[in-house]
Design a protein around this ligand. Structure first.
Ligand code: GDP
Ligand code: GDP
Length: 438
């Protein structure tokens, strides 16, 4: 079940990020695990009254440099109109409305999505009688809030959650048990072609187009006795009602597919090479902890061994944070080497969902101890007592030690590398935890 999306729209300086910071709960533990990866600050998980949702600050979304829409207010509004389940439109309650606000309102009125108009910077109630001005935006009653001080934000969130409940985008939904594989990558990388390859040669059981909270086309495939749900994020683009040319929403779609993926297939267009978007999407997948396979598609267009090596080197160089992801070069057009993707997906999923027995892990720990690598801080010397796997999908290992505070990034990286050398962890991220035990 993907999280419902609440988008925050508004022109610069009205207080969008302040509001996001107030609402969102940022998991610092995850930030820590993401060393070396630029975290995207525009997407946050949040919850209110037991309802989880994803909060997007559309003002902060960066898109491909070839996109003339970048950062424009119109793009934000379109983005929200297309992707969000509920939209919070923030205006400056002190300054009042301007032409940009009117333009956004015009788009949002057509969106057929619940829109809550938040008049921000209402730090005291004495200005609330000035709210009449905002009715002319045609979006109903304005909600006076102060993102800075928190006034009114609870009421606003109550209303958001009420809408989410009405939309029934929260709560359970029965899905067939299958391994979720998300096909992600920039427009034109070959996602649809690859999806066709992966689904054609096998028996596709169900193919359904998404409802309100879905933005990808799912196909269930039985591959050698295992059921896979292939989520093609390119699928819905061609069915969009809003604007055929605005491609940049792909990232949000990718994110949502990643949120429910076991394995992400990142499709890179080899004729273009790795892009910043590819890196961002990979970073997000790593952060969410899903397994990953990097697909170098259009390999038929790459000429000569030198060029091929260059592309592979660049991936190795710029994707170190997903260094565990196998790289498979294919041509979705000719079907060449596509079988290798299945092999890689199978292996990545097996590793991602495996449970390593505690006995083996502690035998591993013994070799670590014997290697004589000492870690210390001041007079304190780190002593590892034992280790056990405490979660799967992806695997998480908890090390019990005398001084968790002595563990630094370097040592964590060292342990991860040693773990990877000792156990089959290709394709999957791992999480390490350190707990105190005297
Ligand atoms: P954004 O560009 O829409 O993301 O706006 P920011 O969140 O960066 O806020 C712009 C400015 O407005 C900052 O100086 C904030 O401190 C200020 N601001 C945001 N919310 C409030 C509020 O509720 N009251 C007041 N007085 N200032 C606010
Ligand atoms: P999507 O936007 O990521 O779904 O990309 P498509 O699957 O629609 O492919 C975009 C274009 O690239 C189409 O014209 C495809 O025929 C072409 N294409 C896809 N895979 C390959 C490939 O492996 N080799 C070549 N030469 N072209 C490809």
């Amino acid at each position: 079940m993907p999280l419902p999306i609440v988008a925050i729209v508004g022109r610069p300086n009205v207080g969008k990020s302040t509001l996001v910071n107030r609402i969102a709960q940022i998991d610092e533990a995850i930030v820590h695990e993401m060393r070396g990866v630029t975290r995207d600050r525009s997407y946050h998980n949040a919850d209110w009254n037991g309802v989880d949702f994803k909060l997007i600050d559309t003002g902060g979304i960066e898109v491909g440099s070839d996109d003339s829409f970048q950062g424009s207010i119109t793009a934000q509004a379109l983005e929200a109109a297309r992707q969000a389940d509920v939209i919070i439109f923030v205006v400056d309650g002190k300054v009042g409305i301007n032409a940009d606000d009117e333009e956004v309102a015009r788009i949002l009125r057509k969106a057929k999505k619940p829109v809550l108009l938040a008049a921000n910077k209402m730090d005291s109630t004495k200005h609330e009688d000035e709210l009449w001005e905002f009715y002319q935006l045609g979006l109903g009653d304005p909600w006076p809030v102060s993102a800075m001080h928190g006034h009114g934000t609870g009421d606003l969130l109550d209303e958001v959650v009420k809408h989410l409940r009405e939309l029934e985008v929260v709560g359970g939904e029965d899905e067939v048990e299958a391994i979720n594989v998300a096909i992600i990558g920039r427009p034109n990388a070959g996602k649809s072609s690859l999806t066709n390859r992966l689904t054609d040669n096998d028996r596709s059981i169900v193919s359904d187009v998404a409802g309100t909270t879905r933005d990808a086309i799912d196909t269930l495939v039985d591959h050698e006795g295992t059921l896979y749900r292939i989520v093609d994020t390119a699928g819905l683009r061609r069915k969009s009602q809003i604007d055929e040319d605005v491609e940049y929403y792909g990232f949000v779609r990718a994110m949502r597919a990643i949120d429910r993926a076991d394995v992400a297939l990142l499709v890179v267009d080899s004729s273009i090479g790795l892009t910043n978007e590819d890196q961002r999407v990979a970073g997000y997948a790593a952060e969410r902890g899903c397994a990953m396979v990097i697909v170098l598609n259009k390999w038929d267009l790459v000429e000569g061994p030198d060029e091929k090596q260059k592309i592979r080197d660049r991936i190795a160089d710029r994707m170190t944070f997903v260094g565990y992801a196998p790289v498979v070069a294919i041509s979705a057009l000719t079907g060449k080497k596509v079988q290798r993707i299945w092999d890689a997906v199978e292996e990545a999923f097996a590793n991602y969902s495996q449970v390593i027995p505690t006995g083996k892990l502690n035998a591993f720990l013994t070799t670590i101890r014997e290697s004589g690598h000492t870690v210390s801080k001041g007079k304190a010397i780190l002593r590892m007592k034992y280790v056990t796997q405490t979660a799967t999908k992806p695997p998480r290992f908890t090390f019990f030690c005398n001084r968790p505070d002595v563990v630094d990034d370097n040592y964590e990286r060292y342990l991860e590398n040693r773990l990877r050398a000792a156990f089959p962890l290709t394709g999957t991220p791992v999480r390490l935890r350190f707990k105190k035990k005297d």
